[in-house]
Ligand binder design. Structure first.
Ligand code: SF4
Length: 302
């Protein structure tokens, strides 16, 4: 049987690392599935998780590695992450459900997709009764996403960059948009249009695409939401995030672009929100500007 981790081609980087042999790839992880943090998280979009919040499972590593990463303390392997196999991961999901979570939120899981897919299947086969969310960067391989077919209820990808000049500069990924567009099509094929519970408040399946606006990139952001509105319209939610914060690791990097050293201007964010509204997109979430500088993802308003 072939080993999906060696040589690893699981993400669009296709770096071929021998992860089962203990080597790390561009994502900085071996095949040992490491979780940095698991917790009940109440700050996601208000349609996710219901009253109980989301049972978030933060996996270490990331295959995109944007220079301004807002979650570097969580995604960077620390050597202290706890290692799981598919059985213990399935148990973790069920523990979060018994702690009151209304959904399982898999954060950046796709570089561990073969193990995580088996764990989700096992958990569902043995009683997990809440939706499973796949929260990811959008820079994903369609073949790897197919491992999740029938297992993920809600996709929560980012769509970060439109121009390849911008994605090269910030993430060394000139193919970001073309790759992510194919990935989002596959996610939508699997999850379908938005479905809510009987009370009409909590999502049971579908897709939310997040876009965090970056300082100095209004033009790129407009292209992103033009694309999302024309491709999916109100069959998905679009979540516009204003929370960009220049993190210490970026400020310490003397090669970091000047525009990323500042926070987002309120005027530019409001212009983008107005543009989204002008496109007729009513399934949308926006944030208060006070969300800047807070840890992880803050509260949204409809
Ligand atoms: S998931 Fe990691 S090891 Fe595998 S191809 Fe991508 S960057 Fe390389």
């Amino acid at each position: 049987m072939t080993d999906p981790y060696s040589p690893c081609m699981l993400c669009p980087r296709r770096c071929g690392a021998d992860r089962s042999g203990g080597r790390t790839g561009y994502c900085k992880t071996t095949s040992a599935v490491t979780v940095n943090l698991s917790m009940i998280h109440r700050g996601e979009e208000p349609v996710l998780g219901g009253k109980g919040g989301c049972g978030a499972v933060f996996f270490e590593g990331c295959s995109l590695r944007c220079i301004f990463c807002q979650n570097q303390g969580i995604t960077s392997p620390t050597g202290k992450g706890k290692v799981y196999d598919e059985n213990s991961l399935a148990d973790l999901f069920k523990k979060l459900e018994s702690d009151g979570a209304g959904a399982i939120d898999l954060v950046t899981p796709l570089h561990f997709a073969p193990t995580v897919a088996n764990a989700v299947r096992l958990a569902k086969d043995t009683g997990l009764g809440i939706p499973v969310i796949c929260n990811c960067s959008g820079y994903e391989s369609v073949n790897t996403l197919k491992l999740f077919d029938g297992l993920i209820d809600i996709y929560l990808p980012d769509l970060k960059y439109y121009s390849s000049k911008v994605s090269s500069k910030y993430a060394s990924a000139p193919d970001y948009f073309t790759t992510a567009a194919l990935a989002l099509d596959e996610m939508f094929r699997q999850a379908g249009s938005i479905k809510l519970d009987d009370a009409g408040k909590t999502m049971t399946s579908g897709m939310i695409v997040r876009h965090m606006m970056l300082p100095g990139n209004l033009f790129d952001s407009k292209h992103i939401i033009d694309y999302l509105a024309s491709r999916f319209g109100n069959d998905i939610y679009i979540s516009l995030m204003s929370q960009y914060t220049p993190m210490p690791h970026l400020l310490e990097n003397e090669n970091a672009p000047e525009e990323l050293r500042r926070t987002l201007s309120k005027d530019n964010y409001e212009r983008l929100c107005d543009h989204l509204s002008d496109l007729g997109q009513t399934n949308a979430f926006v944030q208060e500007m006070s969300s800047q500088g807070t840890l992880m993802i803050p509260d949204f308003k409809l």
